[in-house]
Design a protein around this ligand. Structure first.
Ligand code: ADP
Length: 373
């Protein structure tokens, strides 16, 4: 059944968005932990003016929304792409709220056949929004089914099979499809081209994340020192979802080990306990970098091979681990694979003539002398 939520256009909290269950551990990265969904929804900004950062994107959205309201026509289909946790779902839920229209939410992995999409399309009211998260994971049959819906607001349904097969043409109410993807490169060109508006979300600055942390600590009724908010922001990998998660953890830590207030010392101790270093790297990032150094002699290493060695799906590495490491210059992507950089070696305290010690290291004394480049 299609699930629908009505977004009100006033300050009241809207009816809780109904989220589908997601079968995948990859992709947007927030579906592994069932609590993550609840945390995200609790701290999600509900109005465009509450969105921090992404200024150019928000400005363009404002223009689109204003024009849509003036013309009283549905908004053109819109695609958001960018790494997980940067606000794609947030923007997709804010838009119908700003327009005062209905929102339906689903995700690529839960649409295994056209019949799964059918209720969403037939339930869509004039000008309403259908949000498809992880849209790159829709199977080709569903993708083909959605083309006429996006273009002409009609669907072709085949009834029966063989000689008795008939195709019925069904008109739909003009609606807006908002797609979100962590992998715009995996979208087929025909699908990408059907989105008239495309927006890329980039990582946030430390100042923007500090603002998000301070605002959300108020929502969570927790006192936080500005320098503690800044410290958490530095270690949040440019990602609001990470910042929110670290805020929650430091808050728990402050309640359990201090007097409930998040001071700089409390924030540092809490994040140290989670193994987050001062560049925001976590255990998984360090293992990834050390694997390139120790197992692949600094690279190039293919993502599949890295995934097998680390026992982490390659999808997860590409979506959740690599974007930040690439942006921060800890790795380079070359046509032959991932390469470690001098910055990563310096960060891990590895000289170009030594290797980090890892459980995989066979302690070959000669290998310690091997140059990485
Ligand atoms: P995505 O869909 O890109 O994976 P979400 O939209 O679910 O990311 O964002 C994750 C969380 O980060 C949200 O719950 C929200 O609290 C926070 N967040 C994301 N973008 C912003 C923003 N621009 N301003 C404030 N909070 C944000």
């Amino acid at each position: 059944m299609a699930r629908k939520t009505t977004i009100k256009n006033d300050d009241d909290e809207a009816e809780e968005p109904v989220r589908p269950s997601f079968g995948s551990s990859a992709g947007a990265g927030n579906f592994e932990d069932p609590n993550q969904q609840r945390f995200d929804d609790e701290l999600r900004p509900s109005k465009l003016e509450d969105i921090v950062g992404q200024m150019a994107v928000v400005e363009r959205l404002r223009i689109l929304l204003e024009a849509t309201k003036k013309r009283k026509e549905p908004l053109g289909h819109l695609l958001f792409d960018g790494p997980p946790g940067l606000g794609k779902t947030t923007l997709a839920t804010v838009i119908p709220r700003e327009l005062g229209t209905e929102l339906q939410i689903t995700a690529g992995p839960s649409l295994s056949a056209p019949k799964d999409l059918l209720p969403y399309l037939t339930n869509a009211s004039y000008g309403s929004v259908l949000f498809i998260d992880e849209i790159h994971r829709m199977p080709p049959t569903v993708e083909e089914f959605i083309y006429p819906a996006m273009e002409d607001f009609r669907i072709d349904i085949t009834l029966g099979d063989g000689l008795n097969a008939r195709t019925i043409n069904m008109k739909l109410q003009p609606f807006t499809l908002i797609g979100a993807t962590t992998r715009s490169g995996m979208l087929t060109a025909p699908l990408r081209d059907r989105f008239v508006n495309r927006e890329h979300l980039d990582f946030y600055t430390t100042e923007e994340l500090s603002t998000i942390i301070s605002r959300n600590s108020q929502k969570l009724r927790t006192e936080i020192a500005p320098e503690a908010a800044h410290e958490i922001a530095i270690r949040s990998r440019g990602t609001p979802r990470k910042a929110n998660n670290w805020l929650r953890w430091t808050r728990d830590f402050a309640d359990a080990r201090a007097n409930g207030k998040i001071t700089l010392d409390v924030a540092r101790a809490a994040l140290r306990m989670k193994g987050v270093d001062d560049a925001g790297l976590e255990e998984q990032d360090r293992r990834y970098l050390e694997t390139i150094i120790n197992v692949f002699s600094g690279g190039p290493a293919g993502v599949q091979a890295l995934g097998h060695t680390l026992n982490i799906p390659a999808d997860t590495l590409e979506d959740e681990v690599e974007p930040f490491l690439l942006r921060e210059g800890f790795i380079q992507r070359t046509p032959r694979g991932r390469m470690i950089t001098a910055k990563a070696l310096a960060h891990l305290g590895v000289t170009s003539k030594s290797k980090t010690k890892s459980p995989r290291d066979n302690s070959d004394p000669a290998s310690d002398q091997r140059e990485l480049f």
